[in-house]
Design a protein around this ligand. Structure first.
Ligand code: ATP
Ligand code: MG
Ligand code: FE
Length: 339
């Protein structure tokens, strides 16, 4: 079976063809980084226009790369949320048109499920249920992944997502957008103990996250003029790692049996974070699974793969694009604005 995947929920316009043998037959990603960089973050209107301009030719090129046509696909899977609504609409409407024209089923994918299942695309041995740390630009959650569509959320952020904290730290340090990779690179030249920064919620009973206070402390440290930027970056990353470790240790202690500790989402590309998670997994007697770095940040292969996992599903052509779409609708609402 082959599924065409489409992703357009943020600032990556992407298409991919993935088969049931976990082969990525073709994949194209058009990043809009250059278009948003002058503004220091993603501008929704610019993103929506760029998706609208680029998506159709990108899909054609992806099919051509694989020497395939829509007739060779078994379904068309597209991100239907959560994300910037203009971009989501562009991707979903395009998928609907292709599905209608080719008489193939449409599979509406939750972008977070794309991230959550991406480790299974890379690792055929990964079985449900697994513990998942989902760390991306908009989310920071600990979930028990029990099966496709079955997610139990144990923790979320009460304010900022971790990727957001990396991006804000980068902005404070003048490293530009997107910030994660730049902060990681600068941190390599710094001393992780040089700057005293808080570990928000460390030791608290519920395994939730908070990063707003850490970001404010980074801002104060920078404004004080007392510290080198590399030391701030390294100390920030170290504080983030210690928060993750504390919160995960708490959550894993409460979680019913799982096969592995898994990380997904853009921040999962961070090398020191991956290393720290590996030792947390070992401490809990768990296998550690992380997708290759290219599958961590937004891509369409993970959406196509989620389509493979959901093959047989056919969503109606009036399926709504959703700006918000929690993986676990039963999860307790978090305090503050985080999801
Ligand atoms: P969401 O998936 O929650 O809707 P998103 O799709 O915008 O949000 P992703 O593309 O999954 O987020 O991840 C992007 C985030 O990952 C950005 O905040 C970026 O700074 C961060 N990130 C990417 N690479 C790294 C890295 N090496 N270290 C830390 N953070 C990183
Ligand atoms: Mg992006
Ligand atoms: Fe994402």
């Amino acid at each position: 079976a082959v599924v065409l995947g489409i992703e357009s929920s943020c600032d990556e316009t992407a298409a991919a063809l993935v088969d049931g043998e976990r082969r990525i037959l073709a994949q194209r990603i058009a990043s809009q980084e250059a278009a948003h960089a002058p503004y220091g973050g993603v501008v929704p209107e610019i993103a929506a226009r760029a998706h609208a301009e680029r998506l159709a030719p990108l899909i054609e090129a992806t099919l051509a790369d694989a020497g395939m046509s829509l007739a060779d696909c078994d379904a068309i899977a597209a991100t239907a949320g959560p994300g910037l609504i203009g971009g989501v609409i562009v991707g979903l409407v395009t998928a609907k048109a292709l599905a209608m024209a080719s008489e193939k089923p449409l599979i509406a994918i939750n972008h977070l499920e794309g991230h959550a299942l991406s480790p299974r695309l890379a690792d055929p041995a990964l079985e449900f249920p697994y513990a998942l740390l989902l760390v991306s630009g908009g989310h920071c959650q600990i979930l028990r992944v029990e099966g496709v569509g079955q997610y139990q959320r144990l923790a979320t952020t009460i304010d900022d997502a971790l990727g957001e904290a990396f991006d804000k730290t980068a902005k404070i340090l003048g490293l530009g957008y997107p910030g994660g990779p730049a902060v990681e690179a600068l941190a390599r030249q710094g001393d992780p103990q040089a700057v005293p920064l808080p570990r928000p919620l460390k030791g608290s009973r519920d395994p939730h996250f908070s990063f707003a206070g850490l970001k404010s402390a980074v801002l104060r440290a920078h404004e004080s003029g007392e510290y080198a930027d590399a030391d701030i970056a390294a100390s920030f990353q170290q504080a983030a790692i210690e928060c993750i470790a504390d919160r995960l240790n708490r959550a894993l202690g409460k979680m019913d049996e799982v096969t592995a500790l898994v990380v997904a989402g853009g921040v999962a590309a961070n090398r020191p974070i991956r290393d720290a998670l590996k030792s947390i997994a070992a401490k809990h007697g768990l296998q550690f699974v992380a997708p290759p770095q290219a599958l961590c940040t937004d891509n369409a292969a993970m959406i196509a793969w989620a389509g493979i996992e959901r093959l047989g599903q056919s969503d109606p052509l009036d399926t709504l694009a959703r700006p918000r779409w929690p993986l676990d609708p039963d999860a307790e609402p978090a305090r503050g604005a985080g999801v």
